[in-house]
Structures are given as C-alpha cells and as structure tokens.
Write a protein that binds this ligand. Structure first.
Ligand code: ADP
Ligand code: MG
Length: 627
C-alpha cells in the first residue's frame, strides 16, 4: 500500500467505508459463531463489497493507467482465493484489516502534510492600507511593495514589510517557532502571518504576497514533496518489483503444493496465505511515514527541508562549516569608528552609502543605518559592481572594501590613523578612488546569542568537525571565534567564495558536510556541500535557492535540534526497515513450511504495517525547540 496524495483527500469517504466493513465483519463473525451460517455469509459479502471492491478498482486503475502492479492487487487476489477455497471469513478479515490500516495510514500521512498546509491559512485575507484619503480595507493580494499598512493590536501581518512607525511586540511563532514575543520598532522587518500583539504599527510593504517568507516556505515544502529521499525511492522501487515477484512466487508455490500432492483447495489456501505474508506493505510505508512526520515536526520549529533527501543527508553529516557574517553573527552590525583622510565625515559617508545602496551585505546595512541616523542623503552613484567577499566598485572609480581590494587598487593603508583603526579586531571597510585612499570605517558585529550554545550542542551531538569560514580579516575572525569557543584551527579567514568551496570540498573528502550561510557569496559553498543550510528569514534569496534547508528562525540551537531530529529519523527508518523485513521473513517462512493459518498471516501483515507507521509518527511529537 502506497500513500498516494490523492488517496489522502478522500480519506473521510474511506473512513466511512472502513467503518461499514468493520461492523459487517463483526456481525458476520458473531453470526458465524452463533451458527447462523447464511447471515454470516451476508456479513462477509458486505465486507467484500465495501472494502474489496474499492481496493480492486484502485488496483485495476493503477494497473491500467500506470502499468503498476500494486499491493492492493495482492490483497484482492488473496481475498478472492480465500473465497474460492471456501474460507470467506479469512478473506473478509483480510479485507477489513487492510482497509483499516489503509485508512489509519492515510489519516496519519494527511496529518503530517496538514501541519505544513496550515501555514497557508494563516495569512489574513484583508489589510488596512493608508491612502491619500485615510485608511481603506483592501484584499492582501493587492498590496504592493511601498504601500503603508496599519496593523492594529491583535492583527496578523498580511505580507512581509518593515515597520515605519510605532513599536510593539510581535508573536512570530508561526514562522520561527519561537514562542516568546519579539519587540520591534521602526526599521525592523516583520513577516507575513505573524501577529502584532499590543501596539498600533505602521509598516511598509517590502514584498508582494507571492514572494513573502510564508509563500517561499510553502513553495519550498511543495518542491520538497517531489524530491524524494533515496531510501524512499528505494522502498518504492522495491515495492513495485517485489509485488510482481510475490504474485509470481505465489503461483509457483501453488504449482509446487499441487505437485507434492496437496489437494487443490488446500494448495490455493496456502498460496493465498503466502501472498498475504509476503506482501511488502510495511516496507513500502516505513520510510515515508518517518520522513513526512519529521519534515512536518521540523517545519513547525522553523526548519524547512526542501525534501526527504536533505533530511536524510543532514542525519549523516559529520562536519559543519559556517559562514561568519550574518550566520554566526547577528548581521546587524553597527558603525563604531570613522577615519577620514580628506574632506568632511559627511561627504565620506554619503559617498560610501551611495556605493552600498544596493548591497544585501550586513555591512552595507550598517552603513546605510549610520547615514540615516545622521540625517544624511545617500549619494547617487552609477555603475556600481560587486566584488564578492571584497567590496564594491563604482563606474567613476570610487571603491569600498577590504584590504585585498585596497591592494588590488594600488592604494595605501599605511596612514597611522588607519593602522590604529585596524588594530581593533573589527571589520574595516576602506574607501578610496583609484589609488587614492580616502578613509575607512570600522564595523562591530556581534555573535548571535544562540551561536555558542548551538555549536556546543552540535559537538555534543557527535559532530566531528566544525569550521568557521569568512571573507573577513583574521583578527576579527579570531575574536568572534574565541567568543564562540572555536579553536584557532577551526577558523578560516580572508577567504574568497571559491576558497570557501575548496574548504568545503576538503571537508567533504572525509564525510558528509553541511554548510550554513546567508549571503550571495555563500551560494557556491551552499551548493557544493552535501547539504546547504540557509539563514531563511534574514538571508539572501540566492542563498535560499542554493540551499536544501532553510532556517527560518535565527536561533542556532535549532540547527543542532534539526541535526538531532534528522539522525533520529535515520534510526527510525532503519528500525522500520528491519522490523518490516524481519516480520515478513518470519511470516513467509511460516507460510511455506509451517502451515501458517491465513488469519494469522493477515494479522501479522497488517499489524506490522500499523507498527511501522506508528513508529514513524513518533517523530511528529518530537518538536524542534530552543534549548
Ligand atoms: P563573510 O564570509 O564573513 O560573510 P564576506 O565574504 O561577505 O564575509 O565579506 C568579506 C569582507 O569583504 C568583509 O569583511 C568586508 O571587508 C568586505 N566586503 C564584502 N561585502 C562588502 C560590502 N558590501 N561593502 C564593503 N565591504 C564589503
Ligand atoms: Mg555572510
């Protein structure tokens, strides 16, 4: 039995048919033992009709349309064989139990899927938009970037945006899984589907409905269903081949039983028992039951997997590599110092902000905020191009960036004030025009509060190697690294995007590697790693595309939790495969050599299936939360 998505949808209809089958089975069984043989037959006939017929139809449909012999067919053949050898009660028990476990399974799978779909329902349908003549109510879908929306206390945020007036607490549990309210004021990002708790806030829309965090999440998860885990693909592949083998095997067994002199009815009964005993229902369902449950438990905790494959790989990861800025650090840096060698501070900052105007880098954000705080206007510069992990260069030769960019421009960092600035272990951004040095700012970037705990939890969880990889200067990297409890050998500084890829490849030569990053300059490393993990809500779109996992919460301890959940999923999948294969082996051997009665085969077979599904569902109750 495979849990096809379309079957999930008509599960309430399935549920009624199953209930009717169970009642008819009970009535038939009771009548049988009370000696009312013909009433018993009526009961069994009802079971064959309500449980057997739909199964037979679906089996024939997939045989006809997809040329797939599925397990439903085995069940129907076995039930018919039982009826043919005058054992209709056994056949009816088989069909009833099959239908019961099928319903249970589709309900369970539906539950896992609905946890994710529920996110979609959280977006409010309408929003209050400020316009020239007051406030009007509009459909959320019509909001455009730049619109100002008023959020009343208790209102859900209709789309992603930035607060422009007011400050208050928001409940972001829906997207980050974080239950503590977060206090936010002007300039802070707010996300679709989170709840404004206590203040009146004005927000400016930054992304239309289709591109919001929640929308991206849903796309990610939908894509996820297409990307199957390797073991899932295996169990499906196996299920199909195996079904054919079981049918053929049972026919051969029938022939052999006849050849060794059993009478026809007895041989057919044995062959039917073998058919049931050997059906791989439990094997086929054991992997998706675990994976779907884990994916939805993770989604509720703000960790989104783009599919079972990413989940399975994460479980096998032995090395974690991290980007520094915006990943291990908050990415909300502040300008602390300013050295200007010629002209005014104001001119220097307006020019610098002009270069940074379009950059997604956390440094650019710090500079823009500084300029805004001083009430300066941003200069308009043409033809600004990005040099990843170095800085920016404008059309007129103005540039800003790190020491490497300075040397490639032929400028000089030797001025005493600049040397003094560089002595503090802070990120320094130099600005110049051509070979002329104009000055520099230093930017302080703090580790995330959760980073040290997250790294410690990963180590405790058995991660063999951890590395921090940054394009920043070594002194800065070492200061942050020391705060996070990293050893000097684990810190790699002054890297270009290609160097990060090379280091990831080196780690990959010793086992599976995960790379965690946020920036455009991390995309290549995210793609090179066995599993890429992007900082979702705060990170860049490119990083999100390149990654297999998105961390919507910025809480690093959840990464360790996700790793733990992934390993546990792997264990449960292995348990399930062992149990289902073991149970099947026992049943098949008993059917072949020890006259196993059909009802026992049925109970063993369905019981095994239900057991692996329930075992997988345990993951649903294993939330990812903050440590
Ligand atoms: P990380 O790997 O830690 O995220 P990056 O590789 O993005 O850091 O950047 C490395 C260095 O390049 C920064 O420390 C900074 O000096 C310089 N740089 C990168 N982007 C910019 C930018 N937009 N403006 C100025 N300097 C930048
Ligand atoms: Mg970064």
């Amino acid at each position: 039995m495979t849990a096809s998505p379309d079957r999930t949808e008509d599960s309430s209809y399935d549920l009624w048919l199953t209930l009717v089958a169970v009642v008819a089975m009970l009535v038939g069984g009771a009548a049988h033992f009370a000696g009312f043989a013909s009433l018993a037959l009526v009961g069994y006939a009802v079971v064959y009709a309500v449980a057997g017929l739909p199964t037979a139809l679906s089996a024939l449909r997939s045989l006809w349309h997809e040329r797939i012999l599925d397990i439903d067919l085995l069940m129907v053949v076995a039930a018919l064989a039982a009826a043919a050898v005058d054992a209709p009660m056994e056949g009816a028990v088989l069909l009833t139990l099959f239908s019961m476990s099928e319903t249970l399974e589709s309900r369970a799978m539906g539950k896992a899927r609905r946890a994710v779909e529920a996110l979609m329902a959280l977006r409010p349908d309408t929003a209050l938009r400020r316009s020239a003549d007051g406030i009007e109510e509009v459909a959320s879908g019509y909001l455009l970037p730049g619109d100002i929306v008023v959020l009343r206390p208790g209102a859900r945020v209709p789309v992603d945006g930035v607060i422009v007036a007011g400050d208050g607490s928001l409940d972001e549990a829906t997207i980050t899984g974080e239950s503590m309210p977060v206090h936010k004021g002007p300039g802070a990002q707010v996300f679709e589907a989170t709840v404004n708790l206590n203040a009146v806030l004005d927000m400016k829309v930054t992304r239309g409905t289709g591109e919001s965090t929640v929308a991206r999440m849903i796309t990610l998860v939908t894509e996820a269903q297409a990307a199957r885990a390797p073991s899932e693909r295996f169990s499906e592949w196996f299920g199909q081949r195996y079904t054919v083998a079981v049918l053929v095997g049972s026919c051969v067994a029938l022939a052999v039983f006849l050849a060794i002199g059993r009478d026809f009815d007895d041989a057919l009964y044995r062959a039917a028992t073998l058919l049931v005993a050997a059906s791989p229902c439990a094997i086929v369902i054991s992997v998706p039951a675990a994976i779907l449950s884990a994916l939805s438990a993770a989604a509720r905790g703000g960790v989104l997997f783009k599919g079972g494959a990413a989940l399975e790989t994460l479980g096998a990861v032995r090395a974690f590599a991290f980007d520094k800025t915006g990943t291990l650090t908050t990415g909300r840096a502040d300008v602390v110092d300013l050295v200007v060698l010629s002209g005014s501070d104001e001119d220097f900052l307006t020019q610098l902000a002009g270069l940074e105007a379009q950059s997604e880098h956390p440094i650019a954000d710090a500079i823009r905020r500084e300029v805004e705080a001083r009430g300066l206007v941003v200069a308009e510069l043409d033809g600004v191009s990005v040099r990843p992990s170095e800085g920016l260069v404008a059309g007129d030769g103005l540039w800003a960036g790190n020491p490497r960019l300075v040397s490639s421009m032929g400028a000089d960092m030797g001025h005493p004030a600049l040397i003094q600035l560089a002595d503090a272990a802070r990120t320094v951004v130099y600005m110049g025009r051509g070979a002329q040095m104009l000055g520099a700012v230093s930017v302080a970037d703090l580790p995330r509060k959760s980073s040290a705990a997250g790294l410690a939890a990963l180590r405790k969880g058995g991660v063999a190697e951890i590395a921090m990889m940054t394009g920043d200067r070594r002194p800065v990297a070492e200061r942050i690294g020391a705060d996070l409890g990293l050893r000097p050998s684990e810190i790699h500084a002054d890297l270009l995007p290609a160097d990060k890829v090379a280091l990831v490849a080196d780690l990959a030569s010793r086992g599976k590697v995960a790379f965690v990053g946020d920036g455009v300059n991390d995309a290549a490393a995210l793609a090179r790693a066995d599993v890429g993990i992007a900082m979702g809500a705060a990170g860049s779109e490119v990083a999100l595309q390149a990654a297999g996992v998105a961390l919507l919460s910025d809480d690093m301890t959840r990464l360790a939790e996700a790793h733990r959940l992934a390993r546990r999923t792997g264990r449960i999948i292995r348990q399930n495969l062992i149990v289902s294969m073991g149970a099947m082996a026992v049943l098949v051997i008993s059917a072949l050599f020890f006259d196993l009665p059909l009802p026992i085969a049925v109970i063993g077979h369905e019981g095994g299936t239900v057991l692996v599904v329930l075992n997988g569902l345990r993951l649903l109750a294993d939330p990812i939360r903050r440590r």
